[in-house]
Design a protein around this ligand. Structure first.
Ligand SMILES: [Zn+2]
Length: 442
C-alpha cells in the first residue's frame, strides 16, 4: 500500500470533492481508499507515505489532443518565406517536419514530450501522429516510449492523401495493425484509434478505403475538423456537403470518435455531432497561434455536445491550456462572464468521459476503484480555498510548474521534482542530436 497525504485533496468525485487534510491509499494500480490523513495513516501505519506538505493532491491531467512529434519544432526556423496563413503553416512547417522524421526521431520526440507530460502532471494523452517517410512501425515506436515513460496513451496515425496513395495506404495499414495489437494487449495503459488528417487531404476513395479496412472494429476515429476556413470550403466545393455531413455519411462519427477543433462548423453540423455522440476537442492556444478563429464552445456545450480540451502539441501543460481557453472564450465572445463553467467542464469532466471511452479503466477521479493517476502540486492558497472555488485557484494561481510529484497507474514517475523512471539529461541529449539531423532534412 502506498499513501499520499497531508495535502488539500481535490477528488473530482461529485459526492466528496474536497478534503482539506486528505489522503489517498493506493493498492497496486488503483485507489483503494480516500479519507483524512489521520484516518488513513491510522489504518495503514506501516505503509510508505508520500507527504504532500500541505500542497494539492489531485487527479493527473488528461490531454485529449496532442502531437508528440511537434516537440522537435521547438527553436526550429522553417526554411523559406514565413507562412501567410494556416495552409502555409501546414505546408511550410508541419508537413516538412513530419516528413523528415525517421523512426528514431519519432521515438525521441515522443520521449521528450513524455518527460514534459510527467513534469506537468499529465498522466493520460490522446496523441495524433504523422511521419510519412517512415509510417510502418511508427505507432509501435511511440508505444514503446509511452510504456517506458509510464504514461497512459491512445495513439493513431494520420492518414492523408498529401503524400500520395502509397503513403495513405501505409497509414491505413499502420492504424489497423496498431488497433489490433493494442486490443490484444488488453493493457489499460495503451489504446488505439484510427487517425485521419482532415477532410481537405482525404479523397472519397481514401476515406472509403479507411472505413472498409476498419471493418467492424470499434476503435473510433481521431480527425481534425474545420480547423482553418478552407477545410469547409473544400468539402462544399468537392463534395457538395459540409465536413460533418461528409464524415457522417462515411460512418466516421460516433461515441468513440474525436473531432478536433470544429471552429468553422455550422448549426447543422453541431446537430450531427450531438446526435451521434461524437466528441469535440478544443485547442485554444493552437487556434490562436495559427490565427484560425475560435470555436463556439459555449454554443456546443449548451447544445449538449461533449467538448474536451487539448493542447495540439503546443504544450504539455493542461493548466496553461485551461487558462488560455478561459481568456479566449471571453475575448472571442465579448463577454467577460463566458468560460467560467465551460472550461472546468471541459478539462475536469469531459476529458474524463473522452478518456474513459478510450481505455478500459476508470480514470480522472480520486475515488475507490479508479486508476491511481495522482499528482501533488506545490500550491499555498493566499485566500480561502474550499470545494466551491478550487477551479478559480487553479485558473489564476497554478500551472504545470507547480507539479512536484506524478503518479500514473499507481507508479511514481516523479517525486519531489525528480524523475524516478527516466533520465531526462540522456533523453534530451539524444533528442538534440536527433532533431539536429531532422532539421537538416527539412
Ligand atoms: Zn492537431
Amino acid at each position: 500500500m502506498l499513501l499520499v497525504g497531508n495535502g488539500k485533496l481535490i477528488t473530482r468525485d461529485p459526492d466528496f470533492s474536497f478534503i482539506p487534510d486528505g489522503c489517498v491509499a493506493i493498492r497496486g494500480t488503483d485507489v483503494s481508499m480516500v479519507g483524512t490523513t489521520s484516518e488513513i495513516r491510522a489504518k495503514y501505519p506501516d505503509s510508505e507515505f508520500i507527504d504532500a506538505k500541505d500542497g494539492l493532491i489531485m487527479p493527473g491531467f488528461i490531454n485529449s489532443h496532442m502531437h508528440f512529434y511537434s516537440t522537435f519544432s521547438r527553436g526550429m526556423t522553417p526554411p523559406g518565406e514565413p507562412a501567410k496563413d494556416f495552409s502555409e503553416v501546414l505546408e511550410r512547417l508541419w508537413w516538412k517536419l513530419d516528413k523528415a522524421l525517421f523512426l528514431k526521431d519519432t521515438y525521441y520526440s515522443a520521449m521528450t514530450a513524455l518527460v514534459d507530460c510527467i513534469k506537468c502532471g499529465c498522466t493520460t494523452v490522446i496523441d495524433h501522429h504523422a511521419s510519412p517517410s517512415f509510417v510502418q512501425g511508427s505507432l509501435f515506436e511511440i508505444a514503446k516510449a509511452t510504456k517506458e515513460a509510464g504514461i497512459r496513451a491512445s495513439l493513431c496515425y494520420e492518414v492523408s492523401d498529401r503524400d500520395g496513395q502509397k503513403t495513405a495506404y501505409a497509414g491505413i495499414k499502420e492504424n489497423i495493425s496498431f488497433i489490433d495489437w493494442a486490443e490484444a494487449q488488453n493493457d489499460s495503459m495503451i489504446s488505439a484509434k484510427f487517425g485521419l488528417h482532415a477532410s481537405f487531404t482525404l479523397s472519397d476513395l481514401t476515406l472509403g478505403r479507411c472505413v472498409e479496412e476498419m471493418g467492424g472494429r470499434n476503435a473510433g476515429y481521431h480527425v481534425h475538423v474545420a480547423e482553418g476556413p478552407n477545410d469547409e470550403k473544400d468539402s462544399i466545393q468537392k463534395y457538395g456537403k459540409r465536413i460533418a455531413e461528409r464524415f457522417n455519411d462515411f460512418g466516421i462519427t460516433g461515441g468513440k470518435s474525436i473531432f478536433v477543433h470544429c471552429i468553422h462548423i455550422n448549426k447543422k453540423e453541431r446537430e450531427i455531432l450531438r446526435e451521434t455522440g461524437t466528441a469535440v476537442v478544443h485547442n485554444p492556444e493552437s487556434n490562436m497561434g495559427n490565427a484560425v478563429g475560435s470555436a463556439d464552445i459555449r454554443e456546443m456545450v449548451k447544445e449538449g455536445i461533449l467538448v474536451g480540451l487539448g493542447t495540439d502539441g503546443y504544450v504539455c501543460d493542461m493548466l496553461q491550456s485551461y487558462r488560455i481557453g478561459n481568456a479566449l472564450c471571453k475575448h472571442s465572445s465579448g463577454d467577460p462572464n463566458a468560460g467560467w463553467t465551460e472550461l472546468p467542464l471541459m478539462l475536469f469532466e469531459n476529458n474524463i468521459t473522452i478518456a474513459e471511452r478510450c481505455f478500459p479503466v476508470k480514470i480522472g477521479r480520486i475515488k475507490e476503484g479508479y486508476a491511481a493517476d495522482i499528482i501533488i502540486m506545490d500550491y499555498m492558497p493566499p485566500t480561502e480555498m474550499n470545494e466551491k472555488n478550487i477551479n478559480g485557484h487553479l485558473l489564476f494561481g497554478a500551472s504545470g510548474r507547480n507539479v512536484v510529484t506524478t503518479i500514473a497507474n499507481g507508479k511514481v514517475l516523479m517525486k519531489d521534482k525528480k524523475l524516478t523512471e527516466l533520465d531526462r539529461n540522456q533523453i534530451y541529449a539524444k533528442a538534440r542530436e536527433s532533431s539536429k539531423e531532422v532539421w537538416k532534412r527539412l
